[in-house]
Write a protein that binds this ligand. Sequence first.
Ligand code: ZN
Length: 312
Amino acid sequence: MATLLVFQRNYADHTTPSGHPERSDRLRAVDEALSAEQFQFLDRREAPMGDLSLAELVHAPGYVDALRQARPAEGIAQIDEDTFITAGSLEAVATGIGGALLALDAVALGEVPNAFCAIRPPGHHAEVERPMGFCLVNTVAITAREAQRKYGAERVAIVDFDVHHGNGTEDIFRADPSVLYASSHQMPLYPGTGWPEFTGVGNIVNAALSGGSGTEEMRAAYTDRILPAIEAFKPDFLLISAGFDADYRDPLAGLKWRPGDFAWVTNQLLELADRHCDGRVVSLLEGGYDLEGLGQGVAAHVSALMGQSEID
Ligand code: ZN
């Protein structure tokens, strides 16, 4: 059985202003990285358009209508300082949801061992009540809810290695002991949340990393805090918010992760998933804004999902 790669054909329908870091070229870089020969055995499936109303499994009533109203007939409308919406954005978002749920189905039904979804826009900053930080809808949160609703998962773990704290995912699950949210992120950095002292109802694990830190600190954060928390939680499903902006080249942050660090963390998570949930892992692309760093990070992550040896 091969790792599933879910690709999105309409990612460029969501556009951002010139010079914005969250741009269509990101997915072109991911496509290019995953066209290398070592990825020829991926099970590639196109993301179908999903049901946008599923957003209200995790967002407030009226959230989707508000997004529809914010959407311009043409051009680009601004939602907050760095979040934008265009005529095609909600189709792109719905396709991201469709892709994530296709991956969930394939993994839950045992058609594939694990899956990576190359989708945009990202989602982990979108809170219950508001889109923010390039994110319109929180796709990983919807996927967690569907794992519970559709497949009866009692405990879903979401691990977020994007360099930014996933304030949206934390906001959605902060009072829900059935979902563990564990994040490694640079602090201080946007969005300013992610304090290690905040533990929700014992289901939030925030591992803060200082600017300039690299391999050693990240491995310690996982080894000392995040991995033991997942081990104790014993998830039925493991979801990954896979952002690649902790890469040393990223223009929006200051950590010093190398591609091999993304392979390392992926291998650690796979080992836990093997022990607790038959290896069931669904990974969703979040950030990553240096195109070379993004491509190499995704390649390292997907290689690890495929069970290929660690890349350094
Ligand atoms: Zn990020």
